[in-house]
Design a protein around this ligand. Sequence first.
Ligand code: NCD
Length: 318
Amino acid sequence: MTHPFRADGSLRHLITLEGLPRPIIERLLDQAQSLVRPLGERPPVSDLLAGCTVANLFTEPSTRTRVSFELAAKRLGADVVNLEVQLSSRVKGESMLDTVYTLESLHVDALVIRDAETGVPGTVAAHVAPHVSILSAGESHVAHPTQGLLDALTVRQHKPRFEALSIAIVGDIRHSRVARSAFHVFRTLGVPDLRIVAPPALMPEPTEFSGCARHTTLEAGVRDADVVMMLRIQKERMAEVELPDADRYYASYGLTPERLALARPDAIVMHPQPMNRGIEIASEVADGPRSVIRDQVRNGVAVRMAVLREVLAWRGAP
Ligand code: NCD
């Protein structure tokens, strides 16, 4: 996909990390890093986006992503509206595009979209007025670009030399938009050893994740890794018959302290959440000293502030 830029060089939409040039990724990560504060300190606020309006249009459940987009917009001085799908007119048969045109008429400048259907953010981006930006907050199993950026920021804070890293992404890769965005961002940032680890049924098609080593055992997949990224089984994208048995899954693919001991001694453990403790990850690992899972959440607000700034700051003062 080609990424649209404005006349001043800023990015207009963020729909995927695939093909996003490295300098743009680094600009967003640097900007986000400058906005991260330790817990307990007051986060930075500004009125940079005063007069701008951000709408969150989520048709799939979300806790962290929606709240952090909202906080990010508010901390930059923008107004925020949240549309709950069950309250919106979509249930009355109004098409997504009609909802979008309504929001456009209400002077919304950025639409943050999460949808279970493939292609929705791109379709909306192709139809909105030129001043409106579309940000994907999760598109089916395809892309979750701000999650990929916050994952890259979290890794960079602990392991700044991407070109020296071994990263293992473990779990339901086949149905995971988090894995796909992680793959694109780590590939662009030059990570030489990217591995995907999954039971055969949850492996992606051979045409995807090109260049990644594929492992069907967790022990081989995490050996000497610097980063172990665990993923949830995406039940919502699977038929009942395909669902693996939880206990059997944990027995083979759960990240326990013993299995983590196979990775590097200073390896970090990540998870985008929601976590299923006792299915893909043991509580001792999720809450243990190597876990950076809470850092990921904190970094999410900074990354979304950086992205909103990137796509909206060109509008200047009201
Ligand atoms: C993820 C998602 O929605 O893709 N959650 C998130 O945004 N942090 C991962 C998941 O649902 O498993």
